[in-house]
Ligand binder design. Structure first.
Ligand code: HPA
Length: 262
């Protein structure tokens, strides 16, 4: 039984908050069979829709990508009643049209992570396998891309997201291998978030903000200061896009059958 607190989930990346705030926002702490989520959930309204926001890295940005309790985050959102999630991610750019400042709505995933708690499927008992041919929800992605068109925000409407283990950035040779594998962008948190969402029947799409050229691509070393600058410039458009997409999700219907129910 879900709690019916919100229909739309937002998983915020580094330092995310809604610039105009969340109407009637309140904190709800949900304990899960998998432990504590990264943060209390903020429940409230944005663009007139009930949303639940989780800070992926914790409210004080202290949880490293490999240490995030993805299962607890996803389970908590599902238990709150969320049936679709827009995930925000900062990423490195590898492919064409993936320079710093650009926004990508990926349609495919390559998973290079390891040793993460990556499934709700029990080690013993009833095992399951999800279909992950299209790892992101096509309907949700279409809505985000339509909203970008409407707002005149340039987005790359597809692309392959490579999920790496972190917390370090990659070597130039690793990025060259990822490029050869077909990756357009690289980030550290996209998996197992996307597959866990599929396991519990939540539609999932990512808005990826490119904040740096991936290692060896731009000729320069990766600079945290430059990343911070690209982030604060790019987030204005990400926020506008997210707020518009949430408004458009009022009539969203796209049932993904859950394999387990939170
Ligand atoms: N690599 C991995 N994750 C990232 C990067 C990167 O270059 N930039 C932002 N997140």
């Amino acid at each position: 039984m879900t709690m019916g607190l919100a229909r739309i989930g937002v998983v915020g990346g580094s330092a995310f908050s809604f610039p105009d705030g969340i109407e009637e926002g309140r904190e709800v702490q949900i304990d899960t069979p998998y432990g504590q989520p990264s943060s209390a959930m903020t429940i409230g309204a944005v663009s007139g829709q009930k949303i639940a926001l989780i800070a992926r890295h914790g409210k004080d940005h202290s949880i490293l990508p490999h240490a995030i309790n993805y299962r607890a985050n996803l389970w908590a959102l599902g238990h709150a009643g969320v049936d679709c999630i827009i995930a925000l991610a900062t990423v490195g750019g590898i492919g064409k049209e993936c320079s710093p400042g650009s926004i990508v709505v990926p349609d495919q995933i390559l998973d290079y992570t390891h040793s993460r708690e990556h499934t709700f499927s029990p080690l013993e008992g009833k095992l399951f396998h999800i279909d992950f041919t299209e790892p992101y929800c096509g309907e949700l992605r279409r809505i985000v891309v339509d909203c970008a068109d409407r707002l005149n925000i340039e987005v790359r409407a597809s692309g392959t997201y490579a999920a790496t283990q972190g917390p370090r950035f990659e070597s130039a040779a690793e990025i060259s291998k990822l490029a050869g594998d077909g990756a357009d962008i690289v980030g550290m948190t996209g998996m197992p978030e996307a597959s866990l969402a599929r396991e519990i029947g939540i539609c999932y799409a990512t808005i990826g903000l490119v904040v740096n050229y991936a290692a060896g691509i731009g000729g320069n070393r990766i600079s945290i200061d430059a990343i911070r600058r690209a982030y604060s410039q790019g987030m204005q458009n990400v926020n506008r896009l997210l707020t518009e997409a949430i408004a458009r999700l009022e009539d969203f219907e796209c049932a993904v059958p859950p394999v387990i129910s939170p």
